[in-house]
Design a protein around this ligand. Structure first.
Ligand code: FAD
Length: 242
């Protein structure tokens, strides 16, 4: 199976230095929902992965085996006949991502939606922070110094938050104090076509590190579920075969 393993390892190289930082939270994704064919379709050998090809066969009223449908998925992608990829919907619970990431992620408008933790209704006293990966830095000493500076700022933000809260300031105003590195959590609803578009933009080396890290995590998961819908996005010289 093709995965973005090396890239994730590279971006996570200083992860061990973040473990004990003040209110550190690392990103995590959990699949909680996935399109399933109906019992009738399953009995005919159709799976989540082959739903796109199965439905695309409508255009020529053709028939094929399970293996044919896996191959057809890849052809549909290469032809740009991608509407049928909307047949497969994923629902993920994503935690340990920053408000900064949320700002970038929600710029994607088509085939994707979110429910984020509210900063109006949920008090942030126990909130956590997403520290930068600093994957471009070589010196461990410098990385530690940068993390100490971030810690200082995060503690300060929490102190001011609590000070104003004690004075009766409401959540909806207190959230202005949140640094963009504050952690949030969301349910994301996204179809396979939209995910491919997201990966095309956000797995790229030019993408910002945090959204790239999230794209690696999501890619590595969905490519295990439906390889034929995603594995063409991995360049062979970048991947590790499992
Ligand atoms: C490396 C990088 C740097 C970026 N830097 C900046 C930046 O400096 N400033 C900034 O503001 N943003 C920036 N962005 C965000 C970028 O401009 C897009 O808003 C974001 O990537 C979402 O892409 P999208 O519109 O293709 O996705 P979606 O909104 O999911 O759209 C998917 C596709 O649907 C079509 N589509 C969607 N809406 C329309 C429409 N209204 N009309 C016609 N076709 C449509 C397009 O083909 C589009 O590609 C950056 C993105 C990347 C990847």
């Amino acid at each position: 199976m093709k995965h973005f393993t090396h890239e994730l390892e590279h971006i996570e190289q200083w992860g061990h230095l973040r473990k004990d930082l003040f209110r550190n939270e690392e990103p995590s994704i959990k699949l909680i929902g996935l399109t399933m064919p109906t019992e009738e379709m399953i009995s005919q050998g159709i799976t989540t992965e082959t739903l796109p090809a199965y439905t695309a066969r409508q255009s020529h009223e053709s028939e094929g085996t399970y293996e044919d449908d896996l191959r057809l998925n890849k052809k549909l992608i290469s032809w740009g006949h991608q509407t049928c990829l909307e047949a497969v919907q994923f629902v993920y619970y994503v935690t340990g991502v920053s408000k900064s990431l949320a700002g970038q992620w929600t710029r994607h408008r088509i085939g994707v939606g979110w429910t984020f933790r509210s900063t109006r209704y949920v008090k942030a006293n126990k909130n956590t922070f997403v520290y930068p990966a600093l994957e471009y830095m070589d010196s461990e000493e410098k990385v530690k110094a940068v993390y100490r500076a971030y810690e200082r700022e995060h503690r300060h933000a929490m102190d001011v938050y609590e000070e104003l809260q004690t004075l009766g300031v409401r959540n909806q105003e207190l959230r202005r104090l949140m640094p963009v590195g504050w952690s949030t959590a969301a349910y994301v609803y996204v179809n396979a076509r939209s995910l491919r578009h997201f990966f095309g933009l956000r797995l790229e080396k030019s993408a910002e590190w945090e959204i790239r890290r999230l794209a690696y995590l999501m890619f590595n998961d969905v490519v295990s579920i439906a390889p034929s819908l995603f594995e063409d996005l991995v360049e062979d010289d970048l991947v590790e075969e499992r």
